[in-house]
Design a protein around this ligand. Sequence first.
Ligand SMILES: [Zn+2]
Ligand SMILES: [Zn+2]
Length: 290
Amino acid sequence: MTATTLTAPTAQALAEDHPEFRGWLALLTAVADESAVTGWDAVAPTVTASAIPALAGATLTLDPDLVNAWLRRLISVGAAAAPALAGAERLDALAALEAAMALDTERIDALADGAGVPREPLRAVLPLLAYPWLERCGARLAGSVDREHAHAWCPICGAWAVLAEARGLEGVRRLRCGRCGGDWRAEWLRCPFCGTDEHARLRGLVGDAGGQSRRADGCAACGAWMKTIATLGASSVGELRLLDLATVELDAAALARGWSRPSALGAPLNIRVVGRSRTLGSRMRRWWAR
Ligand SMILES: [Zn+2]
Ligand SMILES: [Zn+2]
């Protein structure tokens, strides 16, 4: 479909070109580092067969120390850019993780109020707390979700697709999730948000001068837009987050023209997070850490 594809930039290259992204890139780097921590491998959810999204109604049993340590790291990186966030290190990590997975703004605000930290920076940073675990689930459940899923929300974690890839030489349209890496096929001439296939209502909003390597398309029926990026193959979830950031000018242009995308999740998850009873070793470590 297109000869020009877009390769994900490195975090370093993005930081050099856009100093204003540095705070966010530091958070994404912290997520990538945490995602390499093997402790998350053992955190398998109890999922309901045939649930859509696949994680809907799941119960997650995990070691509270794992989440506590990650919450403190994430908040300390966030606090480098927004010092007022520092108080969020005291949050109940399991409640914070539940709110992050649900992208539940009311609960995140309540946590912010309880910890005496401002709401806005916590709304921005806390959702990242769920990423290491959601990435594991994305990799594990990729083969078990429907390849055809006619929605703009992720069939694994319910989040709205961060962008669409026009993938490979054929330019197959794949919607991608920036939380878990979810990857599903979508029709080109149909709005994935509202399902309309009235071509007259689907329109290109902004694109790059050179052609089709990056653009944003809108749907006049529902007012939502989707970014499309031409890629050679499937991007990794880390690459998706960098591509999303590298094309933020498309979002800004769409917003400036009055287009809007739905917030929160596209489908509810209701994941329950339960703390596993601590091992003797972790109890000892906690005792010493007091
Ligand atoms: Zn997802
Ligand atoms: Zn629509």
